[in-house]
Design a protein around this ligand. Sequence first.
Ligand code: PGA
Ligand code: ZN
Length: 423
Amino acid sequence: MSSFIEDLIARKVFNNRGEETIEVDIVTSSGFGRASAPAGKSRGKAEVTYYARGGVDAAVKKVEELVAPELAGLNADSQEEIDAVLHQLDGDSPDFKNIGGNVAYAISLANAEAAADSHGLLLFQFLGGNAATSLPYPLGNCISGGQHARGKAPDVQEYLVLPHGAETFLEAVSANALVHKKIGDALKKKSATFNGGKSDEGAWIANIDGIAAFDVIAKACEEVGNELDFECSFGVDVAASSLWSEKEGNKYVYANEGVKRDSGEQLEFMKELIETYHLSYVEDPFHEEDFQSFAELTRKTKNCLICGDDLFTTNTERLNNGLKLNAGNAIIIKVNQIGTLSDAVNTIELAQRHGYDPVVPHRSGDTCDWHIAHLAVAYKCPIIKTGVVEGSRIAKLNELIRIEHFLGDRAKMASLKIQKTEE
Ligand code: PGA
Ligand code: ZN
């Protein structure tokens, strides 16, 4: 079995928003890999550039004319070498601006898959070996707000169910689907203007106030927990950088609520929400440069993951800044925030060495690719953040159901920092 790269083909495809994106096929002497890049809407300032000038069309041309000849003949098993060549071809720019981070993403993931296939292995087995047997908990977006919604939707970007008491992945996915359905039913009763609309991530969009949304998801989680006999908690992605306004005098502007909060008030508000609703997960409660407030909230709360997305942008340098202060205890790992798989794995390993939980998510503009399902299992990430419904989300959930099925008796759920309530 040999994994030498014979061919690399790029094409333009589309994501769930109908936006153009790049897809790459890699053919080795005995295997095949394919990957397409996702796209975010609520992006961190420190994320790499998606495409160089000329967008996807220019990128396709560049991959075929510039990258393919350089990668031909290399061994796909050497992921780090492949990723290093991508950096070299980019001229080692700090933000992948010459090749494009999404181009690097598609090549890097297609290569990993081609290497796995060349050895007759599934991606998670190839990357994680025999020890890769734990399934992540699905953190499922149920209500959209912020930059992911329109009208008078809540200011918080995502309301996320976390079925942390589930004993299998299948059970966890069933719980999330039930919570999502119950929330839809509740919104029908609560909001006269609710028309069943959903966001890109498949979460409901309704004109309700932010606190009403907390009450709706809390009730749905409690009911589902009782019906299925295991605990379902929930959390939020505040995506606070999109609320933060220097123009308004350095305040978080909650337009829906009609409230502005300074940093101190934001900290108190977050703490109060965590305590009142027993939140198990809070992502980006502060804007992307406020490491200090992340540290303070982490110190002042228990049993809740405080997760940095825009804060860290999957970047080891930014994570190191956070580690010095103990800012947060979890980190979002989006490969296309940083470019290549090797870069993302470095960040995962740094996080794990310091006790931070890596959370692997979809992006709001995504394709039916399922690579992140394999990454979560391979690198022992205890949570995968996806939607509950919608094709690009289901593609990842169903792949994890297949992985759980494939592992059979060896499959177990990942261990989470969130404790179950004593019986
Ligand atoms: P994005 O948002 O995929 O639209 O960037 C997701 C997030 O903020 O977690
Ligand atoms: Zn986020």
